[in-house]
Design a binder for this molecule. Structure first.
Ligand code: TLP
Length: 347
C-alpha cells in the first residue's frame, strides 16, 4: 500500500498463510454440517471464548442480529448503550428484522454503568414491552476502542440476572479487549450468554465472524441464520483463513495497541488537535479538529491527499484505526501529514 490505511481494521488483507490454507482447505456442504474446516473453526472459536458451541457467520452485523433474534421475541425490549454498533451502524436490523424495541442507556465512552442499566430496567407493567436482553460492546467502537473492565462485566451480569435478561456481547474486537485487560478472552465472556467476535478486523481474515453460546442457543441461531440466507455451502475456503486468524494473529494485536498509543501521544503534541488520551486503550484513536474551525470531512479529505486515510465522526471528530498495515514508520508519517494539514488552518 502506498498510503497509510487507518479507515478501519476491516481493511486488513488476508496473509499469505491464509491464502495458502484457503487454497488447500478441505470442504463440504456446511448447510448439511459437512464442511470439516468450518467445523474445525467453530470448535476452535467456541474454545477460545469458553462456550459450548459456535457458528461461523458472514459478518459481525449478521452475528449480532442473530443474537438479538435468538435472545428476544418480536415486541420484546433490548437494553443497549446509546452509541453501540448494534443500534448505530446495523441499519436498524434489530427493529426491522428482529422486531425488538431498543431502550438506550447513555454511558461515558461506551462503558455501561451497572447502576444506570438497573435504573433503565422497568418493573413489569401491562403497558411496557418486556425486557429480554442486555447488549454490551467490548471494546466499544464509538467510545474510541474503550474497554469494559471485568468487574463491570460481572456487575452488569448481576443486574441482568436480577431481571432475567439474557446478555449478549458485541465483542467484534474481543481480543483487543482481552489484551488491554491482560486476561484470556474467556474471562470476559464468562459473564455473557452469547458473544459475537470478528475474524475480519485486526485478525485479518478476508470474511467472517463468530457467534458463540450454549449448544441450545447456537442451534436456534443456526436456524435463524438459514432464514436470513446466511447458510453457506463450501464455506471451508473462508473458514480456513479464520483458523489462521485465531491461531496466528491474536498475539500481534499488541503491535496495533502500541502504535495507537504512539499515534495518540504524537497527536496530543500537535497544536489544534484535541485528544483524550485516556480513551486510547486499544487500536482506535479518536481526535477532534474543532479548534481549527475545519470540518472533519474537509480535514479527512486533505489528509487523504497527504496519503493518510481515516474516517470521520462529524462534525469535528476523526477516527484512526491501527492495523497490521501500519508500522511505527507509518505512524510517524501520519503524524507529519496531520501536522501539515493543521498548519494550513492555524494561519
Ligand atoms: N465496524 C466497522 C463499521 O461498521 C463501522 C468499523 O469500521 O469499525 N460490532 C462492532 C463493534 C464493529 O465495530 C463492527 C464493524 C461490527 C460489529 C460489524 O461487523 P461487520 O462489519 O463484519 O458487519
Amino acid at each position: 500500500m502506498d498510503f497509510i490505511e487507518m479507515r478501519s481494521d476491516t481493511l486488513t488483507l488476508p496473509t499469505d498463510e491464509m491464502r495458502n490454507e484457503m487454497r488447500s482447505a478441505e470442504v463440504g456442504d456446511d448447510v448439511y454440517g459437512e464442511d470439516p474446516t468450518v467445523r474445525r473453526l467453530e470448535e476452535l472459536a467456541a474454545a477460545k471464548v469458553g462456550k459450548e458451541a459456535a457458528m461461523f457467520v458472514p459478518s459481525g452485523t449478521m452475528g449480532n442480529l442473530l443474537a438479538v433474534m435468538t435472545h428476544c421475541r418480536h415486541g420484546d425490549e433490548i437494553l443497549l448503550e446509546s452509541e453501540c454498533h448494534i443500534y448505530y451502524y446495523e441499519v436498524g436490523g434489530l427493529s426491522a428484522v428482529a422486531g425488538v424495541v431498543p431502550r438506550l442507556v447513555r454511558a461515558a465512552h461506551g462503558v455501561l454503568d451497572p447502576g444506570d442499566v438497573r435504573a433503565a430496567i422497568r418493573e413489569e407493567n401491562i403497558h411496557y414491552a418486556p425486557a429480554a436482553c442486555l447488549a454490551i460492546e467490548n471494546t466499544h467502537n464509538r467510545g474510541g476502542g474503550t474497554v469494559t473492565p471485568i468487574t463491570t462485566m460481572a456487575a452488569l451480569r448481576q443486574v441482568a440476572d436480577a431481571y432475567g435478561l439474557g446478555v449478549h456481547l458485541d465483542g467484534a474486537r474481543i481480543f483487543n479487549a482481552a489484551l488491554a485487560l491482560g486476561v484470556d478472552a474467556s474471562e470476559i465472556t464468562r459473564h455473557v450468554d452469547s458473544v459475537m467476535f470478528c475474524l475480519s478486523k485486526g485478525l485479518s481474515a478476508p470474511v467472517g465472524s463468530i457467534l458463540a453460546g450454549s449448544a441450545a442457543f447456537i442451534k436456534v441461531a443456526r436456524k435463524h441464520r438459514k432464514m436470513l440466507g446466511g447458510g453457506m455451502r463450501q464455506a471451508g475456503v473462508l473458514a480456513a483463513a479464520g483458523v489462521v486468524a485465531l491461531e496466528k494473529m491474536v498475539g500481534r494485536l499488541a503491535d496495533d495497541h502500541a502504535n495507537a498509543r504512539s499515534l495518540g501521544l504524537g497527536l496530543a503534541q500537535i497544536p489544534g488537535i484535541a485528544i483524550d488520551l485516556s480513551t486510547v486503550q486499544t487500536n482506535i484513536v479518536m481526535f477532534d479538529v474543532s479548534a481549527l474551525k475545519v470540518s472533519a470531512s474537509q480535514f479527512a479529505s486533505e489528509l487523504a491527499l497527504e496519503g493518510v486515510r481515516v474516517t470521520t465522526r462529524p462534525p469535528f471528530g476523526i477516527r484512526a484505526v491501527l492495523n497490521r498495515h501500519v508500522d511505527p514508520d507509518g505512524v510517524r508519517r501520519a503524524l507529519a501529514a496531520v501536522a501539515t494539514v493543521c498548519s494550513r488552518y492555524r494561519r
